[in-house]
Every structure is written in C-alpha cells, then in structure tokens.
Design a protein around this ligand. Structure first.
Ligand SMILES: [Zn+2]
Length: 82
C-alpha cells in the first residue's frame, strides 16, 4: 500500500521508454545515463522523529516506512518498538 503522496511512485514506465529486459527486469534505453523523472513528490516533516512519515507508515504506506527508517533517529525508534 502507498499513501496519496507516495502513489506518484506508481508511474507508467513505458512513457519513459521502459521495457522488460532479458532477465525480466525493467530497463530503459539509456540505462547507463541518468534519467530524470518528474514525479512531483513533495513531503515536509520535522526532524529528528519525522512524525508525518510515522503516521503514514503506521497507516500502512510501505515507502513512508522505508523513508522514515532511513533516518537514524527514527530507525532507532522503530528498532525499540516505539
Ligand atoms: Zn507514503
């Protein structure tokens, strides 16, 4: 599940030239070159505990959980079960 903000991560890769590569993995024609994706993702939160990401993660958004977990302080709280 993704929250409304993170739902921009579901995009049509074919619009950017994406295709299924030899191993069944998503590839792009110029994979070696960086490609810019304008996903209009805008989040604001408060350090160190990121309470907005926590709310969304607790509501079931997997990306918010990963994003919040990448913050050392929030990661420690997750490990301690807070
Ligand atoms: Zn989210």
């Amino acid at each position: 599940m993704l929250c409304d903000a993170c739902s921009v991560l579901r995009f049509d890769d074919a619009k950017f030239g994406g295709f299924e590569g030899d191993c069944g993995v998503l590839e792009f024609p110029d994979d070696e070159q960086q490609q810019y994706f304008d996903l209009e993702y805008d989040r604001r939160d408060l350090l160190p505990h990121l309470p907005n990401l926590e709310l969304s993660a607790n509501a079931g958004c997997q990306f918010c959980k990963v994003l919040r977990g990448s913050n050392p302080y929030a990661w420690l709280e997750q490990q301690q079960g807070n």
